[in-house]
Design a protein around this ligand. Structure first.
Ligand SMILES: *Cc1c(COP(=O)(O)O)cnc(C)c1O
Length: 435
């Protein structure tokens, strides 16, 4: 009866967990409204009223800026596009260095490469997993131009310390806040803490419209450049009489435009954000308290004076306190106790060990092959280190300690979460049977 599922015993729970879906009638009606209008996008890549997009796009931007209390919100077709545009807008030169977290989604760093910049990876904090200000300081050189901070897992970065460091060295701060919508640092929203912030509206994020992103900034000039990059800058600038050299830097424009259907859905999703955020927080609180009671498990830590958005609920496992059982074996045994079914029918990960591989260990960085056959832009620098061991805290978290799950998604009931807790407790009790 109590045999571990991983050893052929019965699962603690076989019944699927509730489905997770935040798209309802409101989004359906919004999308229909756009479809019926026939105007699925009215963008035009020329100086014209339509240069800034259609009614839904502009309404979304206005509502987003109001909600997050920021001067400019600029919609794009993904957060990846938003990060690319952000790096372009700050005027990066090929060969410039940008310090970025080693523990983040790949696009935080590729955004730097796209403009010929050199990603310089810094280590994370033991407690909060965001960029560590001391590690950043060690990596600053005369070539450093910016810091790409990431509000990883929903935790706002160490804004006071890192912004002060950036100011000391005249660096721009780009905040990748794809995972932290609605999180707060003091009174300010994550995303608005640096010079430019980038939100994601992809399917896996708190709120979504399929694919999408929003860039925010309080800086008028950056906002202007971001809008240009979004919509064919080079074809547009001549018409406006821009010829000055500085104004033309990185003004190779893209098509990063969001369409009207996506914008209409995102507007409805934004209204649901506070409710979804609250439910996530409550669920995490419940799970965190119970799971932390197991001796080898340390609960999620939240930075002082911040709220956490809990893109995932992160905990750590100390194998020394579990008679040497490695995290991977323990988590695998817990997963085996729970239903195969997944909160979203096509996403395989409900609980996993670590997050993504430390970025510098990806083949792109190990082989230093990005553009062409000569190793551009890595060949612009003589001072690159992407060796194993570069960021010891990141590597230890990834390979030994950190695990994350999504059993706190809205829709999970107390009974569902109790089953999760019971699965952990069962495996803990029977941990000596794990082989
Ligand atoms: C999801 C994510 C992105 C990219 O978002 P897209 O909208 O899919 O391009 C970037 N950074 C982080 C930290 C993310 O989690």
């Amino acid at each position: 009866m109590n045999k571990l599922a991983i050893n052929g015993g019965r699962k603690l729970r076989a019944e699927p967990f509730p489905a997770y879906n935040t798209i309802g009638k409101e989004e359906e009606e919004a999308a229909l409204r756009v479809l019926r209008s026939g105007k699925l996008s009215t963008y035009l890549g020329a100086w014209h009223a339509d240069f800034h997009g259609g009614n839904e796009v502009q309404s979304l931007e206005k509502e987003w800026a109001e909600y997050f209390n920021v001067k400019h919100a600029i919609s794009v077709n993904s957060a990846t596009s938003g990060l690319y545009a952000a790096v372009g807008a700050i005027g990066l030169n090929p060969g410039d260095e940008v310090i970025v977290s080693a523990y983040t989604m790949s696009a935080s760093a590729t955004a730097i490469l796209v403009y010929g910049g050199i990603p310089v990876f810094a280590d994370i904090e033991e407690d909060y997993y965001c960029l560590d200000v001391n590690s950043i300081r060690e990596k600053i050189t005369a070539k450093t131009k910016a810091i790409m901070v990431v509000d990883i897992f929903g935790q706002p970065y160490d804004a006071d310390a890192i912004n002060a460091l950036a100011e000391e060295y005249g660096l721009k701060v780009i905040e990748d806040t794809a995972q932290a919508p609605n999180a707060k640092y003091g009174e300010r929203y994550a995303g608005t803490l640096g010079d430019i912030g980038v939100f994601s509206l992809n399917y896996h994020k708190h709120i979504h419209c399929g694919e999408g992103g929003i860039i925010v900034t309080n800086d008028d000039e950056l906002a202007f450049k971001l809008k240009l990059i979004r919509n064919h800058a080079e074809a547009v600038l001549g018409g406006k009489g821009y010829n000055h050299k500085d104004e033309l830097i990185n003004m190779i424009g893209f098509n990063y435009r969001m369409n009207e259907i996506e914008a209409s859905i995102a507007r409805e999703q934004l209204k649901k954000l506070p409710m979804l955020f609250e439910e996530r927080s409550r669920n995490v609180q419940y799970l965190d308290e119970k799971l932390s009671q197991l001796p080898a498990i340390n609960g999620n830590r939240i930075r002082k004076n911040t709220t956490h958005a809990f893109y995932t609920h992160t905990l750590t496992f100390d194998s020394k306190l579990a008679d040497g059982i490695h995290r991977d074996k323990f988590i695998k045994a817990v997963s085996a106790e729970l239903p195969q079914t997944i909160l979203r029918d096509d996403s395989p990960v409900l609980m996993g060990c670590g997050y993504v591989k430390p970025l510098y260990l990806l083949p792109l960085y190990q082989e230093r092959i990005a553009f062409g056959k000569d190793g551009y832009p890595f060949n612009l620098s003589t001072n690159i280190n992407y060796g194993k061991g570069l960021c010891p805290v990141t590597e230890d978290m990834h390979y030994n300690k950190l695990f994350a799950h999504e059993f706190m998604r809205p829709g999970m009931k107390k009974k569902d979460m109790d089953d999760v807790v019971n699965a952990f407790e069962k495996v803990w009790t029977h941990r000596h049977e794990i082989c």
